[in-house]
Ligand binder design. Structure first.
Ligand SMILES: [Zn+2]
Ligand SMILES: [Zn+2]
Length: 74
């Protein structure tokens, strides 16, 4: 009976809706501390769908994979 409620995604919106570090909503709420930390850390959450990303630390950076949105490297 209880299903996970997904946040409504505005049609055609390209802007990320979620903070990729803490997973919180970025609508009207700047995550300055997260943005600063993200300069050094890989993302933990997909900014598009808020899925947990599979993060691998590489010798030359990192790789974060969302099953839906693919890989980001940094
Ligand atoms: Zn954040
Ligand atoms: Zn995603």
């Amino acid at each position: 009976m209880t299903e996970l409620v997904e946040p409504p995604a505005p049609a055609g919106a390209a802007a990320p809706g979620w903070c990729d570090r803490c997973g919180g909503s970025v609508a009207g709420a700047p995550h300055e501390a997260c943005a600063a930390a993200r300069a050094l850390e890989p993302p933990r959450w997909c900014a598009h769908c808020r899925r947990r990303m599979k993060v691998q630390v590489l010798p030359v950076g990192w790789s974060a994979v969302c099953v839906e949105h693919g890989e980001i490297r940094g």
